[in-house]
Design a protein around this ligand. Structure first.
Ligand code: NAD
Length: 504
């Protein structure tokens, strides 16, 4: 595996287990020179990789996938050690991620191979095709909350589209990055996938390096810095950022299912899920029943000991953000579970607050902790309006037995993905693209759109014969121009006004 050049003594960082503070491993902090050297090696790898056929790349990717799958439990331990999440959660993360890798490897050819498009009547002598070619080297910058699943949403699709990848993981969780880069080196090699470990300076160096695209996943604030820096070289980016996602509950919803999913989506992974449930809007008539079902379930969660259902906060400073949001929510709202005494060092027990001021930071900003806010609304329409009224737009969920109402709400929600009668239902469906709008970012990972995100579109028009009416010449005749002028109304001037046209 190539982590970083060891030509000069590099700074080091030691990761720690959030559960007990014990040291996990030590990694180099790559500086600008090491990052540039890694990108240069990746560029050579990119040439080799793009030269392979789709079938060969698919075979290599599936071989790498097998190597990961055969040691999945070991990878889960690496994930759990640095995030502090339960081992079972890490196992599920590995499973979910490999499903995406499998899909990307198997669908790259059908999605990206050169295809013929209709050239149209006037251009009958052009054979027109569209192809999707690799960018070259993609720099992937990842967060710590799902240190395998989240960056792999970019890495799998970028590799399957024929790019080399240099991956800069979060400074809190370099373990999975180093581990998957090792499996790559053993199975495929050629520096097509390498990891550079380090802090935000390493990330900034990757953005400034000779990369052809940046795939960033992290906070909205950092995305703005990355985008500004990428603008220097006009490097395109895809930005997967934070959210303050809402779950909407109609009067006819299955309230047990809704409560289960609220607790899973709001408290799972200690609430450190970009598309987790932060806000619930429930129709007034069922609010009391829903709140008591949520509280019942959340109260039973085990947060300490060997069988804890979620771990401590991975990022120590996140505890203060959650505390600030809980204090803020408590100022206007009613605490129905937990509160100030939920904070036990880095472990935060579940907190549920109702009737919170919509203008508060607790509602408007991303909390990223096990706090769920439940506010009553008069109707599903009002729930949609409130859900849309933040600066974010990552995902949302709707609970109702009325499919037409669910579809109407889904259409009106200003987000990148919607689950109906579940939460995060889209995350495991590899064919579904994932990404946000507004402050939650732009561009898409996963699915065919994810493959295209990491591709440069190239159009080719091949002239098959001389045109009968040749207008693309400096020697065009008066007669040709006369024919062209007559063709314009024939080709484009024959549509009728729309039936309900209001124009005078
Ligand atoms: P962060 O923004 O602090 O850091 C993300 C990455 O950016 C890290 O690797 C960090 O080292 C790097 N970085 C920091 N400053 C940089 C700079 N100036 N230039 C280049 N790189 C830089 O985010 P985090 O705390 O690691 O992750 C949590 C955030 O990620 C939350 O907001 C969460 O919602 C979001 N997230 C979004 C998704 C998604 O798919 N939309 C998925 C997971 C997490």
């Amino acid at each position: 595996m190539t982590l970083v050049d060891q030509t000069e003594p590099a700074a080091q960082m030691t990761t720690r287990n959030p559960v007990d503070g014990s040291a996990v491993a030590t990694y180099p902090v790559a500086g600008a020179a090491e990052v540039a050297a890694t990108v240069a090696r990746a560029r050579a790898g990119a040439e080799w990789w793009r030269g392979l056929s789709f079938a060969d790349r698919r075979a290599h990717l599936l071989h790498w996938k097998s190597a990961i799958a055969q040691r999945a439990d070991e990878l889960a331990s690496v994930i759990a050690a640095e995030t502090g999440k339960p081992h079972g959660d890490a196992v599920l993360e590995v499973m979910l991620t490999l499903g995406h890798l499998d899909w990307a490897a198997k669908h790259a050819k059908a999605t990206l191979k050169r295809r013929k498009v209709k050239a149209g009547l006037v251009n009958y002598n052009q054979h027109a095709t569209v192809g999707y070619e690799p960018y070259g080297v993609v720099g992937v910058i990842g967060p710590w909350n799902y240190p395998f699943y989240t960056p792999m949403g970019s890495i799998s699709y970028a590799l399957a589209a024929g790019n080399a990848v240099v991956f800069k993981p979060s400074e809190l969780t370099p373990g999975p990055a180093a581990w998957i880069a090792e499996r790559w080196a053993e199975t495929v090699g050629h520096d097509v996938l390498t990891a550079v470990t380090g802090d935000r300076g390493t990330g900034a160096a990757l953005v400034a390096a000779d990369v052809d695209k940046i795939a960033f996943t992290g906070s909205t604030a950092t995305a703005k810095k990355v985008m500004a820096a990428a603008a220097e070289r006009l490097t395109p980016i895809v930005a997967e950022c934070g959210g303050s996602d809402a779950l909407l509950v109609a009067a006819d919803a299955d309230l047990d299912a809704a409560a289960d999913f609220i607790v899973f989506g709001g408290m799972g992974n200690s609430g450190q899920t970009c598309a987790g449930v932060e806000r619930v809007y429930v129709v007034e008539s069922v609010r009391e029943t829903l709140v008591s079902k949520v509280v019942d379930r959340a109260r039973r969660l085990r947060t300490e000991g060997a069988d804890a259902q979620y771990g401590p906060m991975t990022l120590p400073s996140q505890v203060d953000v959650v505390r600030r949001h809980v204090d803020d929510a408590m100022r206007s709202g009613t605490v129905v579970l937990g509160g100030a005494d939920s904070f036990r060092g880095r472990v935060i027990a579940p907190i549920v607050v109702t009737d919170v001021d919509e203008r508060s930071d607790a509602v408007q900003e991303e909390t990223f902790g096990p706090l769920v806010i439940i506010n009553p609304v008069a109707s599903l329409d009002e729930a949609v309006r409130r859900a849309n009224a933040t600066a974010y737009g990552l995902t949302a969920a709707v609970f109702t037995r009325d499919t037409a109402a669910a579809n109407r709400a889904a259409a009106a929600l200003h987000v990148g993905a919607v689950s109906i009668n579940s939460v995060l239902g889209f995350a495991g469906v590899a064919a579904l693209p994932f990404g946000g709008v507004k402050g939650s970012g732009f561009g898409r990972i996963h699915g065919a759109d994810g493959l295209r995100e990491f591709s440069v579109v190239k159009s080719i028009a091949r002239q098959t014969r001389k045109a009968a009416l040749n207008l693309l010449t400096m020697d065009r005749t008066e007669k040709d121009m006369h024919t062209a002028a007559k063709m314009i109304p024939m080709l484009h001037g024959r549509s009728k006004p729309p039936r309900h046209s209001t124009a005078g």
